[in-house]
Design a binder for this molecule. Structure first.
Ligand code: GLV
Ligand code: MN
Ligand code: MN
Length: 396
């Protein structure tokens, strides 16, 4: 818990936590987490995509590896535990096994980017690990016009080498500890749960284009107000999403231009995030929302441009690993659907993957009030130890 809180102080904001992909705050975080990994007996490196990686060699180094980890980046004004807890717990597991000569190596990965804050596109770290990054992505820019390629260079890495971040062999599996980030476990009085599926996600960026003009002289009926059009569409998103049971849709980011009180907004860019366990339902909802934006724009003499940023399928996690977690647990594990996205959803189609959720007090996450109960972390760690013991017995 103390380690998570210590990392929360490494931030790009003067108060509150924000740590984005390849930022100076991330560099400081890597120095500290890298030291923890080394003290736990690991060889530490940063791969060409910027992921922090530590290896605890087993009895036959390089022969087989099991991966533990989660992400080290955060949203803006974040809590201390989303992602971070999974990396810190992975190191705690390695500390427990460092002198035991396991029949496989353990690799702990602190993924460099899962939230999509800096470049609008999430999962850069885990996608690099399974070789899914395309060249195009290197030319995306952040709010300051810096490309991904340049950010990689500024961090002291080589963007041309990014393919080298990909795994060379298939690991035995991947286990991610993560806070639930929702209210279900708490409501049911359960300290931990196991994830069965992770909902699919779409992300898009929409630009409403109208005409900026004088706020005092332009009569209401002669305006093309991009912000009023965007506002109407945002209300449509909130109204349409619940027509599909289980769907959540969010407009979390808005940029208005020129963004001053006495000018009619000429251009507005908004984000869209849509999630559902059924990919078909999610895709159709996105088509409807796109049609809605076009109709609202037409009605108001605006133009609208839509850019798809993510179409991430829902995934099922690995049943044998789920059962192994269950066998390692003193209590029956509640099976869960995760509405949040996780690195495990990128790895799952390529590597047997599992996730153990820890109860989130108050169901709060992506917020500074995010927390974890120490006794839940203790139980999760015990399950983790027994899980590694059972893997070890199998591969001896
Ligand atoms: C990642 O935290 C997400 O947005 O689900
Ligand atoms: Mn998150
Ligand atoms: Mn997370």
């Amino acid at each position: 818990m103390a380690r998570c809180r210590e990392l929360a102080a490494m931030s790009e904001m003067p108060s509150g936590t924000l740590r984005t992909y390849l930022s100076p705050a991330m560099k400081r975080c890597y120095e500290i987490v890298g030291q923890w990994m080394e003290s736990a007996g690991m060889r530490v490196s940063v791969d060409p995509a910027g992921n922090l990686r530590g290896i605890l060699p087993g009895a036959e180094p390089g022969k087989r590896v099991f991966i533990l980890g989660s992400h080290l980046d955060t949203v803006r004004d974040a809590g201390a535990f989303d992602g971070i807890l999974g990396v810190v717990m992975a190191i705690a597991i390695v500390e427990n096994y460092r002198r035991k000569n396991l029949p496989f190596d353990i690799e702990v990965i602190g993924f460099a980017e899962e939230e999509g804050v800096r470049f609008g596109m999430p999962f850069i770290g885990s996608k690099a690990l399974v070789g899914l990054l395309d060249e195009q992505m290197l030319f995306r820019t952040d709010a300051h016009g810096i490309t991904v390629a340049q950010a990689i260079r500024d961090f002291g890495l080589d963007p041309e080498a990014i393919a080298g971040a990909a795994l060379k062999t298939t690991p035995l599996g991947f286990l991610e500890f993560h806070i639930e980030q929702g209210p279900v476990l708490e409501a049911e009085g359960e300290p931990v749960g196991v994830v069965e599926t992770i909902a699919g996600q779409s992300r898009a960026s929409l630009k409403f284009i109208g005409s900026a003009n004088h706020a005092g002289t332009t009569p209401m009926h002669l305006r093309h107000d991009a912000l009023a059009g965007a506002a109407m569409w945002i209300a449509t998103v909130e109204r349409l999403a619940p027509l599909n049971p289980g769907m959540v849709a969010t407009v979390g980011k808005i940029d208005a231009y020129p963004n001053v009180a006495n000018v009619i907004p000429g251009e507005v860019t908004v984000s869209l995030d849509v999630r559902h366990a059924n990919d078909e339902v999610r895709k159709i909802a996105c088509q409807d929302l796109r049609l809605g934006a076009t109709m609202i724009a037409k009605d108001r003499g605006l133009k609208v441009e839509w850019a798809n940023l993510l179409d991430q399928k829902a995934v099922w996690l690995d049943e044998p690993l789920i059962q192994r977690l269950q066998a390692a647990s003193p209590r029956t594990l509640r099976r869960m659907v995760s509405g949040a996205g996780h690195d495990a959803m990128i790895l799952a189609p390529h590597i047997p993957s599992a996730m153990l959720f820890l109860r989130s007090p108050g169901g709060v996450s992506h917020h500074p009030a995010e927390s974890v109960k120490p006794k839940d972390a203790d139980l999760a760690l015990k399950i983790g130890y027994r899980f590694i013991e059972s893997m070890s017995a199998e591969y001896k």
